[in-house]
Write a protein that binds this ligand. Structure first.
Ligand SMILES: Cc1cc2nc3c(=O)[nH]c(=O)nc-3n(C[C@H](O)[C@H](O)[C@H](O)COP(=O)(O)OP(=O)(O)OC[C@H]3O[C@@H](n4cnc5c(N)ncnc54)[C@H](O)[C@@H]3O)c2cc1C
Length: 478
């Protein structure tokens, strides 16, 4: 019978899906998705992200049905039980091979290795593809054969590969197979332990590949060329807001790269400055995928730079709670944190500002912020989130130097000059003028209902620099 299984995970698409493409070339295909709510909770996956998966699965099921591919759901709360559950499923459906696209964090790699072993013992093949990356991790290496730790060098090497072999292009859309006598399962609208997000949040993130491609089309047509100038301004729709679709795999990096190149006469390294910058951001995503695959410690909540494990982080639960809820008294930080809670997304410049504020001004461990972001982001992604947090905390690969502490007030003045973004999220500051909005007056003229700053920016900056200066040298730490 030679029946094939496509196990869908963070690749919820039919187009440009190498696992699906290979499976269809081998024999009749069934698709499955594993519901693992207990595991997702252990990974701090946000309720809005789980809801986004389910909504995208529902849309994908329609696309799969048009290809005569049934979608089955497998209930397996914890991955430790998956090898036997998947084997049982494969035997029940007479599957001879399973196809997946790689996921690179440690738990995912371990899960796949165990599943491959259990299936292999019963003669069922397990075939992973690098369908969510631009290049297979391990294929872009330093001259000494190591994984790049510096982004600019990684990008240069990737470009050299592209000069020789061309940029990766998306696969053609698959053709329908003959119908199978297997019915699809109904996708639930909710799973236990994950609350349904507000309708307002859901409306911001329409599900399905058609919605994702429409967003990509609008961005490339209307905003791509201005991206370099507008990408740091949170009040403008200057960035693509495609991260949730990339993380769930509704879109692939290759499709995004292709679209940007098409809008730039085929170029990736020159031509439109906006296109070149946006492609660089796509490569940041790729860079952190390669870091995650190459350095398992980043998946284990370990600092990339071992000496920074010794930073004397403060145990300050009240300050942490104020940051989480957007009550620090620093408007740009509070507006950013409220955007996160209301929309499941935060602008990149604000992620950097709020992460630096937590790790430097409040001197709170980056892992607290990393977890809070994961618990609330619709685009929460171990590789990019960990990379962003360790960059901001100066503990990571190619990170911001510890003495380069963002001043949130000057960041606010530069990137939200008339306070439009702050006014939207902090209406209690609406009466302030364009100067005061970034640093509200205290005492008699303090705006009512808005807290005073919980920390002095200048002295806390010095405290953070001193904490990093007190660290031993990297060479002294085993
Ligand atoms: C502290 C911190 C935490 C972050 N957590 C996440 C996360 O959990 N998930 C996530 O996808 N991104 C994360 N990022 C990266 C970045 O902020 C988001 O990818 C970006 O804001 C998404 O918005 P966009 O789609 O409009 O991006 P655009 O500016 O349109 O960029 C296009 C795409 O490039 C990728 N990208 C852009 N910037 C980065 C970057 N710095 N690192 C990695 N990929 C990037 C994203 O996939 C993004 O969708 C984090 C950054 C920081 C500083």
């Amino acid at each position: 019978m030679n029946r094939q299984l496509v196990w869908l995970r963070s690749d919820l698409r039919c187009a440009d899906n190498p696992a699906l493409h290979t499976a269809l070339a081998k024999g009749p295909v069934i698709a499955c998705f594993v519901l693992s709510p207990a595991q997702w909770q252990q990974h701090d996956d946000a309720a809005c992200k789980v809801d986004f998966w389910l909504r995208n699965l529902t849309a994908l099921q329609v696309e799969l049905a048009a290809l005569n591919i049934p979608l089955k759901l497998l209930d397996c709360p914890l991955w430790q039980d998956l090898p036997s559950a998947l084997l049982c499923f494969c035997q029940q459906h007479e599957i001879s091979a399973v196809h997946v696209n790689h996921e690179y964090p440690v738990n995912e790699q371990t899960r796949d290795a165990r599943c491959a072993e259990a299936l292999g013992q019963h003669g069922i093949g397990f075939y992973p593809q690098h369908g969510n990356a631009l290049a297979a991790p391990g294929s872009v290496l330093t001259n000494a054969g190591g994984v790049f730790k510096v982004f600019s060098q990684f990008r240069k090497c990737l470009f050299k590969h592209w000069e020789i072999s061309g940029t990766p292009t998306p696969l053609p859309y698959p053709q329908a197979q003959a119908p199978l006598p297997i019915s699809s399962d109904a996708v639930p609208s909710q799973v236990a332990g994950f609350a349904k997000p507000s309708q307002a949040l859901i409306d911001l993130w329409p599900a399905g590949s058609a919605a994702a491609h429409e967003r990509l089309r609008q961005f490339t047509e209307q905003h791509l060329h201005a991206y370099k100038d507008q990408r740091d301004l949170p009040a403008l729709p200057g960035t693509s807001q495609l991260s949730a679709y990339l993380v769930a795999g509704v879109l692939s990096l290759r499709q995004c790269l292709y679209s940007a190149q098409m809008a730039n006469q085929g170029h990736y390294a020159d031509g439109s400055a906006g296109a070149v910058h946006w492609i660089s951001e796509l490569i940041w995503r790729e860079f952190y995928l390669h870091i995650t695959a190459g350095y398992p410690r980043v998946s284990r909540h370990r600092a990339f730079r071992p000496e920074t494990e010794l930073v004397a982080w403060r145990d300050a639960p009240d300050d942490l709670a104020a940051w989480q809820q957007g009550r620090t008294g620093v408007p740009i930080v509070d507006a950013a944190m409220r955007q996160l809670l209301a929309t499941g997304w935060m602008h990149n410049r604000l992620r950097m500002i709020s992460a630096m504020f937590l790790t430097k001004n409040l001197l709170i461990d980056w892992r607290e912020g990393e977890r809070w972001f994961m618990q609330h982001l619709i685009d929460g992604d171990l590789a990019a989130n960990n990379g962003g947090w360790q960059w901001s905390a100066s503990t990571g690969t190619d990170a911001a130097p510890y003495f380069r502490v963002f001043n949130p007030v000057s960041q606010s003045q530069r990137n939200d000059p008339d306070g439009a973004f702050i006014r939207h999220w902090l209406p209690e500051l609406n009466s302030l003028d364009n100067k005061a909005i970034h640093q509200p007056p205290q005492g008699l003229f303090a705006p009512s209902g808005y807290p005073a700053p919980i920390v002095d920016l200048a002295s806390s900056r010095e405290r953070a620099i001193a904490a990093f200066q007190a660290l031993p040298k990297a060479s002294e730490v085993a």
